[in-house]
Design a protein around this ligand. Structure first.
Ligand SMILES: Cc1cc2nc3c(=O)[nH]c(=O)nc-3n(C[C@H](O)[C@H](O)[C@H](O)COP(=O)(O)OP(=O)(O)OC[C@H]3O[C@@H](n4cnc5c(N)ncnc54)[C@H](O)[C@@H]3O)c2cc1C
Length: 459
């Protein structure tokens, strides 16, 4: 198998281009910055986003700036690291170039060359082939969509306060979360806390505690990646927050007025709701599909490209693919889908950087091996579940573990401090300082709902 050039084709330092300043790409660059290589980090955003806490922005517990950090600030002291804000459109693997276009209107070079390419483009939510549902069921993967969810959640309570029709008011106060993985569970739990605790004294005509929060899941339990005993505990904690868990239900329709779900062979059930949040099913970044086409690598139904055991792509030892957008070849020649979590992407990013270093020193590298450090999910104040190397924790101890782990991995000392202060203050005061409705979302469904909120008859 051909090995990548150790020196740059231009005779200068080895040029590594990293696509994606998310969990995988960031770790790769953090490790590469200490080597005698020229690194360019390309992302369509100018910041690293800590996705595990976007749902807290969506529920007003944290502000966007507390979970995002500018990429330039991270690498300001590393002269060999360049940050480039651009959209990656395509790869020219023969010429070893990336094709770019402007992101957010910022001009970008059309092509940039590389000697080694590391791609960690992540994934996005999939709507089971119904992309039109995304107009009505926002997700919380990006900062923008988390803010859309925040606007919709808070606007629903505002509109319900002045809605005189009981059916319309009930639909406004019904919140449906689709998908009971960690994000769906965390989201539903936070809405429960918002309705039952934070907002309970804020309104005069409605009682926010009467809000219905439904968590819809196709499997037979919540948190299917955790042991069943922890699923039971999580479901109990959700029930205490007023969340009704509807398992073995499939969503077959979503529109501006609610969701339609099916349960076994029975008649579809219609649930009127003005706020639906999507936390089910992911599909790999389109960059994975493109790399599979160009290299002949296999891909799976979720669009993940199959990377070799050293995370490179077939016939291209100079191209690494990692994170949410890949599955990895195993020793038996099959392929393994690792969990779609940050530690996998982070370990893979560090591993790819290590392979680059070893190659520059003409040293062999062992295949990538994932070290599973455990699984955590929080449900609400003082409630979480953790499965750490066979130790099953729940309640306060799991919650404190969750807090410490998330603070530890948050990028930037300032953000850690701010989030710690916010969480401490929320714990003491039961408040959420970022409960702001900032602007109407893309559908214009911010403050004014479709036919406008109706004044109460006695007003
Ligand atoms: C709501 C939510 C909650 C989560 N909670 C947890 C959790 O609690 N614990 C946990 O371990 N994991 C959690 N995850 C999963 C974790 O965030 C992902 O596994 C991780 O982000 C994957 O890292 P990545 O590098 O593959 O992709 P990402 O971190 O998504 O990074 C991809 C980067 O590539 C950029 N990009 C993509 N395409 C292009 C392009 N064409 N041009 C330019 N730039 C591009 C994106 O802007 C992004 O910055 C959560 C995910 C979500 C969505």
């Amino acid at each position: 198998m051909a090995t990548p050039n150790q020196a740059s084709r231009t005779g200068g330092p080895h040029r590594v281009v990293v696509v994606g300043g998310g969990f995988g790409g960031l770790q790769a660059v953090l490790k590469l910055r200490r080597l005698a290589v020229e690194v360019t980090l390309v992302d369509r955003r100018n910041f690293h986003l800590f996705q595990p806490l976007t749902y807290q922005v969506a529920t007003g517990a944290l502000s966007p700036g507390e979970i995002a950090y500018p990429l330039r600030a991270i690498f300001k002291h590393n002269r060999n690291v360049h940050v480039l804000m651009a959209e990656v459109d395509d790869f020219d693997l023969k010429a070893r170039e990336l094709q770019l276009s402007p992101a957010a209107g910022v001009p970008a070079p059309r092509r940039i060359p590389y000697d080694t390419l590391i791609v960690s483009g992540g994934s996005r939510y999939s709507y089971f082939g119904h992309d039109e549902w995304s107009n009505h069921a926002a997700e919380v993967k990006s900062l923008e969509s988390a803010l859309t969810v925040r606007n919709r959640l808070l606007s629903a309570f505002e509109a319900a306060e002045w809605e005189s029709d009981p059916e319309r008011r009930a639909a406004l106060l019904t919140f449906v979360v689709v998908g009971a993985g960690p994000t769906g569970v965390e989201m539903a739990g936070q809405i429960g806390e918002l309705a039952r605790d934070t907002l309970r004294a804020d309104f005069r005509r409605i009682d926010p505690r009467t809000a219905r929060i439904l968590l819809v899941e196709a499997a037979d339990r919540v948190l299917t990646t955790f042991p069943p005993s922890l699923s039971v505990k999580a479901a109990r904690s959700l029930a205490k927050l007023g969340v009704a868990v509807l398992t073995q239900r499939t969503v077959v329709g979503v529109d501006g007025e609610g969701v339609t779900i099916e349960h076994g062979g029975s008649e579809p059930e219609r649930i009127p709701s003005r706020t639906v949040i999507w936390a089910a099913g992911v599909t790999a970044s389109g960059l994975a599909t493109r790399l599979a086409e160009l290299t002949g690598a296999e891909s799976d139904r979720a669009g993940r490209v199959t990377a070799e055991r050293d995370l490179t792509l077939p016939g291209h030892p100079e191209v690494f693919a990692l994170g949410d957008m890949v599955r990895v070849r195993d020793a038996a020649g099959g392929s393994t889908v690792l969990p779609g979590v940050a530690p996998v992407a982070m370990q893979q990013g560090r591993y790819a950087a290590k392979v680059v270093r070893d190659r520059l020193r003409s040293r062999p590298t062992q295949p990538f091996r994932y070290r599973d450090k455990g699984n955590l999910a929080t449900i609400g104040r003082g409630a979480a579940v953790a499965d750490i190397k066979g130790f099953r924790l729940s309640g306060h101890i799991a919650w404190i573990t969750w807090l410490v782990v998330h603070l530890w991995y948050l990028v930037g000392f300032q953000n850690r401090l701010l989030v710690l202060i916010r969480w401490t203050s929320s714990f003491v005061t039961h408040g959420r300082g970022a409960r702001l409705i900032t602007e109407p979302d893309a559908e214009g469904r911010g403050l004014l709902l479709e036919n406008g909120p109706r004044p109460p008859s006695d007003a």
